[in-house]
Design a protein around this ligand. Structure first.
Ligand SMILES: NC(=O)c1ccc[n+]([C@@H]2O[C@H](COP(=O)([O-])OP(=O)(O)OC[C@H]3O[C@@H](n4cnc5c(N)ncnc54)[C@H](O)[C@@H]3O)[C@@H](O)[C@H]2O)c1
Length: 318
């Protein structure tokens, strides 16, 4: 069962690839980048020896469709995308990568000549700002009101996934992470909490340039959720929220100090609230798919800092 992972060299991609390799599955990595730099941070050389890597752009329709057909792909984890703030500054290019790229994946699944299951990264950015909703957890039945191009692109992908099921019978799951944190998270607007953890290990000052609340989700849990959705034989076009621990950025700094005394002197936080509602109900996912993991925030932060400390001892934390 060859699994294609797009955006495989990214943060979530590296952890998904690691999780698939641990299950002894054949994995084909597709990304602009050839070098599995993030995977090298989290997986030993022995675990990485069965990788097949192809480089290319997700918006290259012919290439993506040929890859799915010719490599015998039966399962896809589609993660390739550009994030915030890139999409807000470059909406045309962002739409090409995030929307046309996703259509390429689904067309490739449609034209493969065999059943192909697709799990893809949507985002909590499909939600509008917190004040656009009542003060309660949002379920998938609540209306998406994205306030950014990135969120609108993700909403479009969810709609296209639904259309591919209704028209072509392609089953899919879209997951909506909020802020993913953990080793490897270094790109995008909400990478700041992880960058702060890295600075603690380096003994350097850092200001998280955001304020207010985030829902922080440990990257290993998020990757495992993608894999469990991929392997669960659920029929239809599903979209699920993911929920981690909602924390105010000031509380995060206090938690960092608790985990590594002295961190409070290095790390500060302040700036705008990310314009995305942060109270998520993920009971639909937990009802549909067994054993979705959830690591408590302090445990995930501790694991992240310990891994950074190990990398630092090995001279691998530039
Ligand atoms: N990290 C989060 O907090 C978060 C939250 C919600 C949703 N998501 C979604 O999860 C997915 C993965 O996010 P991530 O944090 O791993 O991001 P990342 O930036 O670490 O990884 C994205 C990967 O996609 C690749 N890529 C970018 N443009 C490409 C293109 N044109 N063709 C092929 N590959 C391309 C990049 O090289 C990179 O390896 C994305 O779809 C993102 O929108 C992430």
């Amino acid at each position: 069962m060859p699994v294609l992972v797009t955006g495989a060299q990214g943060c979530i991609g590296a952890w998904v690839v690691r999780g698939l390799l641990k299950r002894d599955l054949d994995v084909l990595l597709y990304d602009l980048e050839a070098e599995p730099a993030r995977l090298k941070l989290i997986a030993e050389a022995g675990e990485r020896k069965r990788l097949a890597i192809r480089t290319g752009a997700i918006e290259d329709s012919d290439r993506v469709k040929a890859l799915i057909k010719d490599e015998g792909i039966t399962h896809i984890v589609h993660l390739a995308a550009v994030l915030m703030p890139y999409c807000q500054v470059n909406p045309v290019r962002g739409g090409l990568i995030n929307v046309i790229g996703t259509l390429n994946v689904f067309e490739g699944a449609r034209d493969a000549g065999r059943p192909v299951r697709v799990v893809y990264a949507s985002s909590s950015a499909v939600w509008g700002p917190e004040d656009a909703y009542e003060a309660r957890r949002l379920s998938e039945q609540d209306p998406a009101k994205p306030a950014t191009h990135y969120g609108v692109f993700k909403q479009a992908n969810e709609g296209n996934a639904r259309a591919f099921y209704l028209t072509n019978g392609i089953s899919s799951v879209g997951l909506r992470p909020w802020t993913v944190y953990g080793v490897g998270r270094d790109a995008g607007l909400t990478a700041a909490p992880t960058i702060a953890m890295k600075h603690i290990v380096l003994g350097q000052a850092y200001k998280i340039p955001l304020g207010g609340y985030m829902d922080l989700q440990y990257v290993e849990d998020v990757a495992e959720s993608f894999i469990r959705c991929l392997l669960a034989p659920i029929e239809g076009a599903h979209v699920f929220n993911l929920a981690g621990d909602v924390v105010h950025m000031d509380e995060l700094v206090v938690a960092l100090e608790r985990i590594r005394p002295g961190a409070g002197k290095l790390i500060t936080a302040g700036g705008p609230q990310v314009p995305v509602a942060y109270r998520m109900d993920d009971s639909a996912l937990r009802a549909a798919v067994a054993d979705i993991p959830k690591t408590a925030l302090e445990d995930g932060v501790r694991q992240t800092i310990e891994l950074y400390e190990k990398l630092n001892r090995e001279g691998r934390l530039a």
